[in-house]
Design a protein around this ligand. Structure first.
Ligand code: ATP
Ligand code: MG
Length: 324
């Protein structure tokens, strides 16, 4: 999937704020692309804008989102008719929303919620087949079949979250977007769910966009990571390279605000100051007021995302790293 020049505003006219600004991002087949950035940097807006799930007053103001199916020509999600989009969601692309574990229907059993998704998109499947598939899906995410008749309140938070993941996988989509899928859970449960997901990804071969605040989880489970700041991507690199050697001072700050899981201890610094106000963005680089390495050019125009001369395999938007 290729996101090209995507911009998203909240509101229209002079009151509008740009929450996602000219984002280019590619999700390759079978990879986990991690998306990180402080609260308010535009991660969810990017995910929902790209998939036409943005609630008003959000408006996509430009760009395209090309999906390349396994066979056939690419399609632009932003130009699909509502009917095309309905058929596309769930079957090709599904989303686990931020805080989703609380969005299961409280008065419907787990089985009914799973079979409903299947019935809606595969109306010809028999009731027995749908039930069998629901049990299989629960097994996939490590939940015993005797939980099929449970109501959401009878399940732990981790189980509810795994039910949401099972629902997202029900129609074997090619792309799964997970917005903070485990944030409300304890650390052990987060890892357990992510390990299960990584295993499923290997079995079923889908791609994942994984959004989280948890940098250690992100580094562990992503192939590639994109870092957002003030609605823009400021750096993109293979996860290990980013962790070992981030180029953008913001990525550096983010990565130094969590303790290393293994390897040598690193100094925890964090980032002083707060994220930019979208209604009053700094001129030039949005990170400049907080940047320990800011110099003259940073006050000019926002630095473009370029492949740096030092390492053309990644991209960064920072005047410290001129393009190749
Ligand atoms: P978090 O990590 O907290 O989930 P995020 O990176 O997902 O944050 P978004 O929720 O995408 O950030 O928000 C991006 C920006 O858009 C924020 O500055 C936010 O205030 C603004 N925003 C989000 N929803 C609305 C809305 N309905 N109306 C106006 N502004 C909004
Ligand atoms: Mg969010």
């Amino acid at each position: 999937m290729e996101i090209r020049g995507l911009s998203v505003d909240y509101g229209v006219g002079p009151q509008a704020v740009r929450a996602v600004n000219d984002v280019h991002l590619t999700l390759n087949r079978g990879e986990v692309l991690g998306l990180a950035g402080e609260s308010g940097s535009g991660k969810s807006t990017l995910a929902y804008g790209a998939t036409r799930l943005l609630p008003p007053p959000g408006v996509v103001t430009g760009g395209s989102v090309l999906y390349h199916p396994d066979d056939g020509d690419p399609v632009d999600l932003l130009r699909m008719t509502p009917g095309e989009l309905r058929a596309f969601r769930w079957s090709q692309l599904s989303i686990v929303f931020q805080g989703a574990m609380n969005s299961l229907n409280p008065v419907t059993t787990v089985a009914a919620q799973l079979t409903d998704v299947i019935a809606e998109h595969r109306p010809k499947t028999s009731k027995a087949d749908r039930m069998a598939r629901a049990a299989e899906l629960l097994a996939l995410v490590g939940i015993a079949r005797d939980r099929l008749d449970s109501y959401p309140h009878q399940l732990s938070g981790g189980m509810r979250q795994r039910v949401m993941i099972a629902m997202a996988l029900a129609l074997e989509p090619r792309v799964v977007i997970m917005d903070e899928p485990t944030t409300a859970l304890d650390v052990v449960m987060q890892r357990q769910i992510m390990r299960q997901l990584a295993k499923l990804k290997e079995q079923l071969g889908f791609s994942v966009i994984f959004i989280t605040h948890d940098l250690s989880l992100l580094v562990e489970f992503s192939d590639r990571i994109a870092i957002m700041y003030g609605g823009r991507i400021v750096e993109q690199a293979p996860a290990v390279e980013l962790y070992d050697n981030s180029l953008h001072p913001y990525s550096d700050g983010l990565l130094h605000s969590f303790p290393a899981l293994r390897g040598p201890r690193r100094e925890l610094t964090g980032i002083p100051g707060s994220p930019p106000d979208l209604r009053d963005m700094p001129v030039g680089c949005a990170f400049q007021p907080r940047c320990p390495k800011a110099f003259d050019p940073c006050g000019g125009s926002p630095p473009p995302l370029v492949r740096p001369a030092s390492d053309p395999g990644r991209s960064v938007a920072c005047y410290l790293h001129p393009s190749a």
